[in-house]
Ligand binder design. Structure first.
Ligand SMILES: *Cc1c(COP(=O)(O)O)cnc(C)c1O
Length: 395
């Protein structure tokens, strides 16, 4: 019982040496702005866009300042206007409804299932009730819903889907990369996601008009011809005078450290999933602990782990969290009365005037979350699971 874990749940791996070299090269030549190019130079940002488009099979890619900016830009490119209802998951991170609110649009939250994905029955009802024509689908904590069923509902109702892939970069549904099902896919390269540039975002689309708008919105001035994963110049004609510059580009320094990390992403995904499976194996069959089902069709990235304590009362969960923390295991609780750290839930977002969602409330009340940074080993994960198991059964 005295077993204690000493690793840090917030310590990511260092930036790889070749990425540091690439960053130093950018610092030495000083051309950090994406459009500040020497004759014949493509630039780190355009190369990153080209490489991420190739990695996902997308026609077009745009690198931007953050994941939240990527989502807001996708919504602007779709022409979302103030007051317009935009559907999104009740279980997501605050910047997702925040991106909707940044346009003056109105987030409409959809219920969450016990497997932590959007409730498709409730989605269909909300579409019918609100007449919403846009869904910002958040693959929160890397859990992907039945994308074929979701797209069938949305296509039939004329709802355009924007995917929030902050936790699913490198993941897939039935072999199709996450972010390639909807009209646009948005990613984050913030430190806690799957590639680390401190802050940053990426947008994918196959639609030339949407991507031309997104590029103009990001602040391309008249230099969109310097992009390499962009639609042809004709796609921009007629848009230049219509689309405002909502400046939010990515710079060459961040792109320089992302490119070598992108090359390692498949290897990172495999390592994350070994960590995930080690925690899962360690918690399997533990009394009182409900694990989250991972469907066959879901190619996930196990960069974090969730489980539920469906029969625990709030005071027992708070006590369990305290006892795990005393043994070095930092857990997040989505049912905590007040938001803590990165963890808030829809009911805390009073600015969005959320309506009560009893099913989501019930799921989140017992939902526990832990990060699995790649600085952990499978042995670390087995120890973490042992501590969680002991404390969950001790209380
Ligand atoms: C991090 C995150 C975002 C936003 O990304 P930033 O780069 O931090 O703006 C969006 N959605 C989810 C689910 C996230 O976790």
């Amino acid at each position: 019982m005295s077993d204690r874990f000493t690793g840090s749940f917030t310590q990511q791996e260092p930036i790889p040496e070749d990425a540091i070299d690439a960053a130093v090269a950018v610092l030495r030549h000083g051309r950090l702005h994406r459009y500040n190019l020497a004759p014949g130079e493509t630039g780190e940002v355009a190369l990153l866009e080209q490489e991420f488009a190739r990695f996902t099979g997308a026609r077009y890619c745009l690198a931007v300042a953050s994941g939240g900016y990527a989502l807001a830009t996708a919504l602007r490119a779709l022409g979302v206007v103030p007051g317009q209802p935009v559907l999104t998951n009740a279980f997501t991170l605050a910047p997702v409804p925040g991106a909707i609110a940044s346009l003056g649009a109105r987030p409409v939250f959809v219920e969450t299932t016990a497997d932590l994905v959007i409730d498709l029955g409730h989605l269909a009802r909300r579409i019918a009730e609100t007449g919403a024509r846009v869904l910002t689908l958040s693959h929160m904590r890397g859990h992907i819903c039945d994308m074929a069923a979701l797209m069938a509902i949305c296509d039939a109702a004329g709802v355009t889907v924007i995917e929030d892939c902050a936790h699913t970069m490198g993941a897939a549904w039935n072999g199709t990369p996450s972010g390639r099902h909807g009209a646009m896919g948005c990613y984050s390269t913030q430190t806690y996601k799957h590639l680390n540039s401190g802050e940053g975002g990426l947008i994918l689309s196959d639609d030339p008009t949407l991507m031309a708008r997104a590029i103009l919105l990001s602040g391309s001035y008249m230099m969109y011809d310097r992009h390499r994963a962009a639609p042809p110049p004709e796609a921009f004609e007629g848009l230049v005078a219509e689309v405002p510059n909502v400046s939010g580009r990515m710079d060459a320094l961040r792109a320089a450290i992302l490119r070598p990390q992108l090359a390692r992403l498949p290897d990172r995904v495999a390592r994350w999933n070994r960590l995930y499976r080690a925690v899962e194996a360690g918690l399997a069959g533990a009394p009182g602990i409900a694990l989250i089902d991972r469907p066959e069709a879901e190619g996930f990235v196990g960069s974090s782990f969730q489980f539920r304590l469906p029969d625990f009362r709030p005071d027992r969960i708070a006590d369990f969290i305290r006892r795990c923390a005393a043994r070095g295991v930092d857990l997040k609780w989505f049912g905590a009365p007040a938001p803590a750290g990165f963890t808030s839930r829809y009911a805390h977002w009073a600015w969005a005037a959320p309506e009560p969602l009893p099913q989501t409330d019930q799921v989140l009340a017992g939902l526990i979350d832990l990060r699995l940074p790649l600085t952990f080993t499978p042995d670390d994960c087995a120890r973490i699971a042992r501590i969680i198991r002991e404390e969950a059964t001790a209380g």
